[in-house]
Write a protein that binds this ligand. Structure first.
Ligand code: FAD
Length: 411
């Protein structure tokens, strides 16, 4: 195996670990990344990439390629499913003076990961070791050391810092004994992917949300292998039902017909069930170990904030590690990372994603009507629509981060 005396070790080559490797590698730092899988996971998870994250991806030269392999999504729609009424439509164009990217891009996360991997392959200072599982992590005053199980057996690797970007079940977080407080939703979320064209037949835009007191739903378009693309529907499942009762051909057909009645039988190309949590790690820094992405925070996917937050962690952390390692800046910057990114996770992403879910599933008829009327009023008022989109696209969160300084870090 190549040995380039890495300065930074990264556990996890999902989009967050890979983006951190890219940003560190671009600064000339020596990086070694490990992923237990042989290639990026291709299951239908994140696609929506918000304006605030596109700004960071744009600096790394990724946005053009993401737009090429993904879909531009300037609109968000909110529908009342029982009545079929379009309640509100938001257009990111109102953010034209706030961001160079007044839209979201629907780019499946494995495509983003692949685009980053292609760039990493050209960087001699970054090693990507797939099929390598990090199993232990320890640290001393001036180094971190991890044990890794790979095709050639077990080996240990040393570096100055370790980034734990190894997903929600993070081994690194466990090894550091960091609590992952929060809760798990009783209902699992089912994702059904179909080529049925919801735009042509029903006028849905690529990011459409459906409020329903019985069973809410999200409907998203992704480009998949090219036109015409695929639509993913996300909805909650009854916790009392077993996998087979939820995933059989008849069950998925009945579910889609219930949501979107059609004379044709739906073609379902993928069906996936996800257990969904709302959790934030007690701290994102443990000495020389830093957590990022799902290893640090997990949330429900309504609003598409999990990966966005993770990519923002990666950019924030890469900049600070660069300052520490290249310019000899104080490592208190890493405490600022903890403060900034933990604040976003708790005050923006957890709060917003839970509120989004509550809004879609509200059962009380009066509260429901009030919520929907208010959403309509917000969408109809450009100043309020702008504030809504600043928050949903995470620009407001990034502005809050930029305003936080070392003075706010506890000594
Ligand atoms: C249905 C659904 C829809 C979603 N939609 C969106 C969306 O539109 N927008 C959004 O922002 N977010 C969305 N999310 C959330 C998003 O998928 C996650 O936030 C994202 O995958 C986090 O990326 P990550 O790199 O931190 O972790 P992961 O993608 O989980 O990657 C972790 C990596 O670590 C590797 N790994 C794990 N353990 C080890 C180990 N011990 N050693 C080595 N490697 C290891 C794994 O192989 C994996 O490659 C969605 C989630 C779901 C379930």
């Amino acid at each position: 195996m190549a040995s380039n005396d890495p300065q930074i070790l990264i556990a996890g080559g999902g989009p967050v670990g890979l983006f951190a490797a890219l940003l560190l590698g671009r600064q000339g730092l020596r990086v070694r990344l490990f992923d237990e899988n042989a290639a990026p996971q291709a299951d239908p998870r994140a696609a929506t990439t918000h304006s605030a994250t596109l700004e960071l991806l744009g600096e790394a030269g990724l946005v053009e390629d993401m737009a090429r392999v993904g879909l531009m999504a300037p609109l968000i729609q909110f529908w009342d499913r029982p009545s079929g009424e379009l309640i509100a439509q938001f257009d990111h164009a109102v953010l034209k003076n706030d961001t160079a990217y007044p839209y979201a891009i629907q780019c499946e996360q494995f495509k983003t990961a692949q685009l980053i991997l292609e760039r990493l392959a050209t960087m001699p200072n970054v090693e990507v070791l797939q099929s390598h599982r990090v199993i232990e992590a320890a640290q001393s005053a001036d180094a971190v050391e991890i044990a890794v199980e790979g095709p050639e057996g077990r080996a240990s690797h040393k570096g100055a810092y370790l980034i734990g970007a190894d997903g929600g079940r993070s081994t690194v977080r466990h090894q550091c004994g960091i609590e992952f407080a929060g809760f798990t939703w009783p209902e699992r979320f089912i994702v059904l992917t179909t080529p049925f064209d919801f735009a042509a037949s029903r006028g849905y835009c690529p990011r459409s949300y459906f409020a329903d007191p019985e069973e809410w739903c999200n409907c998203f378009k992704v480009s998949a292998d090219g036109p015409p693309g695929l639509w993913r529907t996300v909805s909650p499942t009854n916790p009392a039902l077993a996998d087979e009762q939820l995933m059989s051909d008849d069950a998925v057909e009945a579910r889609l017909q219930r949501f979107f009645p059609s004379r044709e039988r739906y073609e379902v190309v993928h069906r996936n069930l996800y257990v969904t949590h709302q959790r934030v790690a007690a701290r994102f820094r443990h000495g020389r170990v830093l957590l990022a992405g799902d290893a640090a925070h997990v949330n429900n996917p309504i609003g598409g904030m999990g990966l966005n937050g993770g990519l923002q962690d990666a950019a924030n952390l890469a900049e600070k590690l660069g300052a520490v390692l290249r310019e000899g800046a104080s490592d208190r910057l890493l405490d600022l990372y903890n403060l900034q990114r933990r604040t976003v996770a708790t005050d923006f992403v957890q709060e917003q994603s839970i509120a989004n879910k509550k809004q879609l599933e509200e059962r009380d008829p009066a509260t429901r009507r009030r919520n929907l009327d208010e959403l309509k009023r917000i969408a109809d008022d450009p100043a309020r629509a702008r504030l809504f989109l600043l928050r949903s696209s995470l620009i407001a969160a990034q502005r809050r981060v930029a305003a936080m300084t070392l003075a706010e870090v506890q000594p």
